[in-house]
Design a protein around this ligand. Structure first.
Ligand SMILES: NC(=O)C1=CN([C@@H]2O[C@H](COP(=O)(O)OP(=O)(O)OC[C@H]3O[C@@H](n4cnc5c(N)ncnc54)[C@H](O)[C@@H]3O)[C@@H](O)[C@H]2O)[C@@H](O)CC1
Ligand SMILES: Nc1ncnc2c1ncn2[C@@H]1O[C@H](COP(=O)(O)OP(=O)(O)O)[C@@H](O)[C@H]1O
Ligand SMILES: [K+]
Length: 487
């Protein structure tokens, strides 16, 4: 598990360190980190460093200072460095002087910058960092565009410029980085807009002890593996937690098959199904005990409710029955919509161990969704009194007590019909096994995304489209992987 801190928290943590270290020492540390990663990229991409060409796009603030100092370090290693100054009168004075001392080239015009970029091996994006507001301005946009058009890789200094460091939302023009070097702490952009950043290297600049507990956490394979429920010698099919699935309808029997099958593949023990797709579920999964109604289902330790359920009165009654059982509940899809339209159902869900798993459209039916997806999920969790898993390329899980995690998917192959039904089965099975809703949501999101990559073949290559049934079938391998990561 690792933490993510807001730009404001990072700035606050830097202050005491800046006060007790010599002027510029922190920036020099950051710049050495950038140079080291840049040298690695040059070596890997071109087979050497000496004489290779690097263009630094340097903005007016400290981010530009990092870039100019990194240019200085690269010059000392024999790299041909050209800096393009976006605000020549406000360029970081010490960084600029250092680069000039090492005979780095300095350009003031965008047109000459574009020509330099076209011949470069690597571009350093030091336009803006955590002080950024909005997208790239036209001059920076033209330079970023030149790099993209010429296919020159961009190494982002701290954050890809033009992408909001707090929310990860890209402005109209923004940098697409091949890799990113950040300092002191990872920021939200690195997990909310991971595909914009590429692989992120964290450079220690000594602010760690000054940071508060992380407001957002990211699970790693071993965290998930360590919590995944496995049967012990004394267990039987009941003791591990039985999950009930109330999903599917005459129109959507497939949702029932995907959700209950995913539950069967996620934990050992037992899955019960209750609903109008009992025949389809039995045919696909003979091990699942299927009945027509929640009342007939027998005892369970948690319910999954919602996928393909329908939003009519019958759906509302099923959701009400499940909430009244006093057990952990995973409410997805139509169940989320029903919570949006039925205030009394929202009241029954409040302060119960409930995990809701909306996509953006469903989320907007129960709470306000702004560009700040993390804050939106946190507010919704606090207001509704349930744990909220907001789906997307970066999945957010926020508990009413404020605990928040983000899971960046490794690819976008999960954007396929029915994959959400698979997620609900996984998370419901974990609830039944006793995980609290926050951990159940986080572990399920992790394994679900991994199963998509495995199903798509993205684990060993670029991958190919993967239907939700293949994501479901890849769950066992994804679970084995996270369990193997536990040392
Ligand atoms: N304080 C320090 O000593 C350290 C700072 N660090 C660096 O400093 C950065 C933060 O520096 P600053 O607070 O100076 O802020 P930035 O350098 O991120 O950005 C602020 C500057 O960019 C301009 N600007 C804002 N939005 C823009 C846009 N969309 N397009 C073009 N220009 C824009 C502003 O007018 C301002 O001059 C970090 O991201 C990191 O790279 C690191 O060197 C670590 C140490
Ligand atoms: N672009 C994307 N990148 C990664 N994961 C995505 C992307 N789009 C959707 N997903 C994931 O795919 C699943 C889709 O769920 P959902 O929208 O409920 O679909 P359905 O109702 O068809 O099952 C969620 O787990 C979501 O996080
Ligand atoms: K940057």
């Amino acid at each position: 598990m690792y933490g993510v801190w807001t730009p404001e928290q990072v700035r606050a943590a830097e202050e005491p360190v800046l006060a007790r270290t010599p002027d510029g020492a922190l920036m020099r540390r950051a710049a050495r980190g950038v140079a080291q990663v840049a040298l690695g990229e040059l070596e890997r991409r071109t087979g050497g460093v000496s004489g290779r060409r690097v263009v630094v796009l340097a903005g007016a603030g400290n981010n530009g200072g990092d870039g100019l100092w990194a240019g200085y370090e690269l010059r000392r290693r024999g790299v041909a460095v050209t800096a393009v100054l976006l605000s020549p009168d406000r360029a970081h004075p010490a960084g600029l002087a250092a680069l000039r001392r090492q005979k780095g080239r300095v350009l003031l015009r965008v047109e000459s910058g574009v020509l330099a970029i076209e011949r470069a091996d690597l571009v350093l994006d030091a336009v803006v960092g955590t002080g950024a507001r909005g997208g790239l301005r036209p001059e920076a946009a033209a330079l970023a565009d030149a790099a993209a058009t010429a296919g020159v890789p961009v190494l982002a200094v701290d954050t890809p410029s033009g992408v909001d460091p707090l929310t990860g939302v890209p402005g109209e023009d923004s940098v697409q980085a091949a890799a990113t070097v950040t300092f002191g702490a990872r920021k939200p952009v690195h997990v909310l807009a991971a595909p914009r950043c590429g692989p992120v290297t964290l450079v220690d600049i000594g602010i760690g002890p000054e940071l508060p507990p992380p407001p957002v956490r990211v699970l790693e394979a071993a965290d998930v593996g360590a919590r995944w429920p496995v049967p012990g010698p004394g267990d039987d099919k009941y003791t591990q937690g039985v999950v009930g699935v109330a999903a599917g309808s005459a129109t959507y029997p497939g949702a029932a098959v995907l959700a209950s099958g995913a539950a069967a593949l996620s934990t050992s023990g037992m899955v019960r199904y209750a609903g109008s797709a009992a025949d389809e579920v039995r045919a696909a999964w003979p091990e699942i005990v299927a009945t027509d109604t929640v009342g007939e289902a027998g005892r369970v330790q948690a319910w999954v409710v919602g996928p393909g359920l329908g939003t009519d009165d019958a759906g509302a009654r099923t959701l009400g029955d499940v909430l009244d059982a006093g057990l952990p509940v995973l409410a997805d899809a139509d169940a989320v919509t029903l919570l949006g339209t039925h205030a009394e159902l929202r009241e029954r869900a409040r302060n119960a161990p409930v995990l809701i798993t909306p996509h953006a459209g469903e989320f907007a039916r129960v709470a306000e969704l702004t560009d700040d997806r993390v804050a939106s999920a946190q507010r919704a969790a606090a207001d509704l009194g349930v744990t909220v898993l907001l789906k997307g390329n970066a999945t957010i899980v926020a508990a009413p007590d404020g605990r928040t995690l983000v899971h960046p998917a490794g690819s976008a192959w999960l954007a396929t019909a029915g994959s959400g039904d698979v997620l609900s089965g996984v998370a419901g099975a974990l609830l039944a096994a006793g995980l609290d809703p926050w951990w159940a949501g986080g572990c399920a999101a992790f394994v679900h995304a991994r199963a998509a990559d495995i199903g798509a073949g993205a684990a060993d290559g670029p991958g190919s489209p993967v239907p939700a049934s293949f994501v479901q079938q890849a769950l066992p391998r994804a679970i084995r992987e996270v369990r193997e990561a536990v040392r």
